[in-house]
Design a protein around this ligand. Structure first.
Ligand code: FAD
Length: 429
């Protein structure tokens, strides 16, 4: 089997343009004190430039204004734009809008696309994905308790959701709800599009978190009560009972993009780590000359390289064999990549000492966000369980009481196999 993640030189030129553009135009936005209007005004010309470069919303098919790039190319782009929290919005790839636009493009009716998808792609409206509930374990989505009942030609939705990212500012939400209570566990849920002004939709608050996103222009993770929310029956996305199937289509590529964005962040922290090692002196020599610091640098480089190759491999699997063939690889990178991100930022903070702990460097904010990576899109433990299950499915318990490699048992078998040879050797001697 050959593995090939190579991309053509013309694409490398686009990546090079993105690197320069991020560095010159997007990074400076991070440190400006702007309100949302000022920020949107500042990024509009940047978004226009991205469109001119044909790099806008590249996750979509060409007929929707994307480039139809596969996951390897998208991953390489996300690595660059993910280095700054503002990269994705400038490139039209920000979550949860990017994932929502993908499922609308794949599963939406013409009417749904007209009303929700095209304005979303134009950046005129915003969206949220509303699945997790405070009263059931998000790790086991078969426990979902929010219901939607068809009454006449309307769905009536009741339930309590939270951590709906951008829920407070979204123009519509895609809610994951139980519509088929009697069906098998993975066929009970459907996705329903809920406009923000639907009667009965109560957006309670942005939940204060370690990430602090609620402080930024009202973005954040919302707590929402659906109390007899009424939406037209035509608002179901895809088929009834297909909620989990659609969620899988959304999550596979989305996890590649997350992991590559994390690598962009990790790389930025790594650069800070190396630069500080060369800048600061303690105990008569540069920090870079202390062996512990050298270990941090070498370990970080190895871990980032491993995560990058694993992620590109998973992306290549999706491109060549489809998302379901890549399930194991996607779970591997989800928990492995989150740990690499955390550990590299942690070392970068450590080498900067009190400066690293301060908000005078971007590391403290990166660290707070990195912690969430171990939880959203499935906690580490769930992905580990999934990987282990899939691997174990390829094994069988050895017969009898000893492990297959038990040396005395193997020796006995080898003696039987080579009995003639052993006897000849003894006779010759
Ligand atoms: C920053 C952020 C953004 C988010 N955005 C959204 C969003 O936009 N929309 C949305 O619907 N949700 C969102 N979420 C919610 C997220 O998807 C859930 O938090 C996640 O699925 C876990 O569900 P839970 O919080 O209910 O944890 P629980 O399911 O209660 O799990 C708690 C812990 O139990 C342990 N655990 C669970 N299963 C196992 C197991 N099999 N083996 C061992 N240990 C286990 C894990 O340590 C896990 O962390 C977001 C979360 C965060 C932090």
């Amino acid at each position: 089997m050959s593995w090939d993640f190579s991309t053509e030189p013309e694409f490398e030129q686009k990546l090079e343009w993105m690197r320069r553009f991020m560095h010159d135009e997007v990074y400076p936005l991070e440190v400006l004190d702007l309100d949302e209007r000022g920020f949107m005004r500042a990024i509009r010309p940047l978004q226009e430039e991205v469109k001119r470069q044909k790099l806008w919303a590249t996750h979509l098919a060409p007929e929707l204004g994307g480039q139809g790039y596969g996951q390897v190319k998208l991953g390489l782009m996300h690595e660059i734009e993910g280095a700054s929290v503002w990269g994705p919005i400038v490139f039209g790839n920000q979550a949860p809008d990017s994932g929502n636009s993908e499922i609308l493009a794949h599963f939406g009716t013409d009417e749904q696309k007209k009303r929700w998808l095209y304005p979303l792609l134009d950046g005129k409206i915003r969206s949220a994905f509303s699945m997790t509930e405070p009263n059931t374990a998000g790790s086991d989505p078969t426990l979902l308790s929010t219901t939607a009942e068809l009454q006449g030609d309307e769905w009536v939705i009741n339930g309590h959701k939270w951590f709906t990212s951008n829920g407070m500012i979204a123009d519509f939400l895609i809610a994951m709800v139980v519509t088929e209570p009697e069906a098998d566990s993975y066929e009970r849920a459907s996705m329903i599009i809920v406009p923000a002004d639907a009667p009965g939709l109560k957006r309670l608050r942005n939940i204060p978190t370690l990430g602090g996103e609620h402080e930024r222009f009202g973005y954040g993770h919302a707590e929402i009560v659906y109390e007899n929310v009424r939406v037209p029956s035509a608002n179901v996305l895809g088929e009834r009972g297909q909620g989990f199937l659609i969620a899988q289509a959304r999550l596979g590529p989305g996890r590649i993009h997350h992991c590559m964005r994390w690598l962009g962040q990790a790389r930025r922290a790594f650069d800070m780590l190396c630069e500080r090692a060369l800048q600061r002196e303690a105990f008569g020599k540069k920090l870079a000359s202390h062996q512990t610091v050298q270990n941090w640098i070498a370990d970080s480089a190895a871990e980032m390289q491993a995560a990058r190759l694993m992620t590109l491999h998973a992306a290549w699997m999706i491109d060549t064999q489809g998302a379901s063939a890549a399930r194991r690889d996607i779970s591997l990178i989800k928990f492995f990549g989150a740990k690499v991100l955390h550990d590299v930022i942690d070392r970068a903070i450590q080498i900067h000492g009190s400066l690293g702990f301060s908000a005078d460097l971007p590391l403290e904010e990166m660290y707070r966000h990195a912690r969430a990576a171990r939880i959203y899109d499935g906690p580490d433990e769930v992905h580990r369980v999934s990987v282990a299950r899939q691997i174990l499915a390829g094994y069988q318990a050895p017969q009898g009481m000893w492990p297959r490699e038990h040396i005395p048992t193997r020796r006995e078998a080898a003696r039987r196999k080579f009995a003639a040879l052993l006897e000849a050797a003894t006779t010759d001697a």
